[in-house]
Ligand binder design. Sequence first.
Ligand SMILES: C[S@@+](CC[C@H](N)C(=O)[O-])C[C@H]1O[C@@H](n2cnc3c(N)ncnc32)[C@H](O)[C@@H]1O
Length: 247
Amino acid sequence: MESKDVRLKVNLDEPDVIIRVDVIQDEIYVGLDTTGDDALHKRWYRVYQHPAPLNTAIASAMIRMAKWKPDKILFDPMCGGGTIPIEAALMAKEIPIGKNREFAFFKLFGRMEPEYKEKRIDMEIYGMEKFKKHVLGAMKNAEEAGVSDVIKFFRGDATSLKLDFTPDIIITNPPYGLRIGSKRIIEDLYDGFLKSLRNNMEDGTIVVITAEYDILKEKAMFYGYEIKEEIDVRYGNLNTKIFNMVY
Ligand SMILES: C[S@@+](CC[C@H](N)C(=O)[O-])C[C@H]1O[C@@H](n2cnc3c(N)ncnc32)[C@H](O)[C@@H]1O
């Protein structure tokens, strides 16, 4: 006002530019919000909404923890809407995850689409799921993401695996029992899954996120899995853990 003699317009409901100010003890941080209100984990490909989808940022962190590379066979035996297989395929094909989204800085500098060249690369990624509805949904999401050529989705039961491939790396997000409401069902599921996996995998890495970490840990130890890493993740209102295991 003083320098320009005009009062700058402020729109608190739909601002073009958000300036964030944090005061931490005796320091002030002033920053331009380039992202906007849409969280970075949001993706364009979720055309099928699974009732309990995994946060895509957590899915990619799990893929990195497992040190998966496209020369390893990746398998998610409880894949729901397919987030883990899809995030892995996007990573390997080097498809930018910010594709088709809005950023706050577009309002300042104009819309910019990431320039990229999709990497053509052979890989084997499998997603299995108990319910047909979710299998079909995962296929739709993979199609939308542009990765349906490298992921095979199929129906099956994680407690009685009958695989015609031998996975190197398992990354999965099993049910926690919140909707199911019975610990017994979760105990049987985790027990059956870890037991069945032993017969279908020679050696390898298993990365799992669950809020029922005591049950998972007990079963993993019982079946001789070695827990390499255990990371606490506050996920929404839930305390969860990611286990990185081998056997
Ligand atoms: C937490 S959800 C996974 C969500 C998924 N990560 C996503 O982002 O869409 C767990 C999934 O495991 C499936 N499931 C439960 N029991 C199973 C079993 N015995 N075998 C295979 N899938 C199972 C459920 O149907 C559900 O879709």
